[in-house]
Design a protein around this ligand. Structure first.
Ligand code: FAD
Length: 406
């Protein structure tokens, strides 16, 4: 009889690990607490699933923000091209969009899940849905998996339970407790790719306003640590949107009490170009009030705040405005300041930063270095990447290596 392999968690990491182990003729059981596989996968990419990123695998590493060296082996063993090829084999066509983001041609994450279901079926993976693992024991060289109604026994085990964000999808952080039980160190978990709460109350009054083509600059102790260009959205608590999520990933390693954020509303113009532009706009209607003179330059809702933060009177007439006043205005437009209060809770984070320490996992096999026959895959491990399909790719690649080596 061959080894019996148990895999906990039917997210992308567990799916890849199961299908690959099955393709090697292993006796594989995939245990999932939800009634279906890929619950989180279903909501990825706003329901479209940003499957991976099409940049070269060498460049890929630039988008991995934590423990990138640990992923060399897995990403080179099973790359972005490999996942596209595998899905194609199960009738899923893909397309590449802005930022090299790969999506299913149909724009439906459910089609990605369908392809993965066929992959599992073809490789004879037994799926146990509605089976929450409550506890894991190890006796007589067997992993004993308590699923409430039953105790299952396996020779080898892959933990692919995901992180702790969006817990309604089933990823409630159980794997951290299981890993600790086998002596593994857990790097404290934190939300990452997460919206930010802002101290200034006026920010909340802009709720719903979306700013495109702007620059978000993050400072710690007055030192610029990251700049991100793109779209930001004001919310009832602060700020969200793609550039905020990405910036959160860069802020994660710092003591955040001293962080300040600034928005450059006109990153394409330097200070003197912006001043010329303001001057030209002002010259068109020199008898207007200031509050009515910036509509061509800025979104209307933000204008009162820009004027107030510049220390100017919104009711002054344009021809009364001095060069010095214009300078203040230009400075505020390029340095709109906010103070970071805190990240939104982990429930709202796209990924969980932290997890099972990479020092105790063999990067070429995903096997535990401290407990033989135990493997890890996916977000449960202490690795992080930016948005753009990189996190799913990490799940497939680490799942692949675990499935190949188990
Ligand atoms: C809103 C949102 C959008 C996202 N969009 C993208 C995107 O477009 N592209 C991208 O690359 N990344 C995206 N991500 C990140 C990506 O979804 C995750 O990084 C990825 O799903 C991690 O895969 P995983 O297999 O490690 O874990 P998960 O997908 O979290 O799967 C873990 C599975 O384990 C199961 N499980 C947990 N505990 C137990 C237990 N005790 N017993 C049984 N089963 C258990 C869970 O139910 C779950 O099904 C997004 C995340 C979110 C929240």
């Amino acid at each position: 009889m061959g080894d019996k392999i148990g895999i906990i968690g039917a997210g992308p990491a567990g799916i890849l690990a199961s299908g690959i182990a099955g393709s090697r003729g292993k006796d594989v059981t995939l245990i999932e607490k939800n009634n279906k596989i890929g619950r989180k996968l279903f909501i990825t990419g706003k329901g479209r699933c940003n499957i991976t990123n099409a940049i070269s695998i060498d460049e890929f590493f630039e988008y991995i923000t934590k423990n990138r060296e640990f992923l060399y082996s897995s990403l080179y063993s099973f790359s972005n091209l490999d996942i596209v090829r595998l899905l194609k084999e199960f009738n899923l066509d893909t397309k590449v969009e802005r930022g090299n983001r790969v999506f299913p041609k149909t724009d439906k994450s459910s089609d990605v899940i369908k392809a993965f279901s066929s992959f599992l079926e073809k490789n004879n993976v037994k799926i146990l849905p509605n089976s929450e693992v409550f506890n894991i024991d190890f006796k007589n060289n067997k992993f004993l998996i308590d699923v409430g109604s039953n105790v299952l026994s396996f020779d080898k085990l892959i933990l692919a339970t995901g992180g702790k964000s969006y817990p309604a999808t089933g990823s409630t952080g159980d794997g951290y407790i299981f890993a600790q039980r086998f002596g593994h160190k857990i790097i404290p978990i934190k939300p990452s790719l997460v919206p930010m709460e802002i101290t200034e109350s006026w920010v909340r009054e802009l709720q719903g306003l979306s700013l495109k083509n702007i620059e978000l600059k993050a400072y710690i102790d007055n030192k610029l640590i990251h700049t991100e260009f793109g779209e930001l959205v004001f919310t009832h608590y602060g700020i969200s949107g793609p550039i905020v999520l990405t910036t959160s990933s860069y802020l994660n390693g710092y003591g955040l009490e001293k962080s300040e954020l600034r928005i450059d509303l006109k990153p394409a113009l330097d200070a003197s170009q912006l001043d010329n532009r303001i001057l030209r706009d002002f010259q068109k209607n020199p008898n207007r009030w200031l509050k009515n003179s910036l509509n061509d330059l800025l979104p209307q809702r933000i204008i009162p705040y820009i004027i107030a933060l510049s220390g100017l009177n919104p009711d002054c007439i344009i021809h009364q405005i001095t060069k010095e006043d214009r300078k203040k205005l230009g400075y505020t437009i390029k340095n709109l300041p906010f103070h970071f209060k805190k990240f939104r809770p982990i429930e709202e984070a796209i990924i969980t930063s932290g997890g099972v320490s990479v020092e105790e996992i063999n990067p070429s096999t995903m096997e535990s270095k401290i407990f033989p026959n135990l493997y890890f895959a996916g977000e449960l491990i202490d690795v992080d990447a930016l948005t753009g399909g990189f996190n799913l790719q990490i799940a497939y690649s680490t799942g692949y290596l675990a499935g190949m080596n188990v």
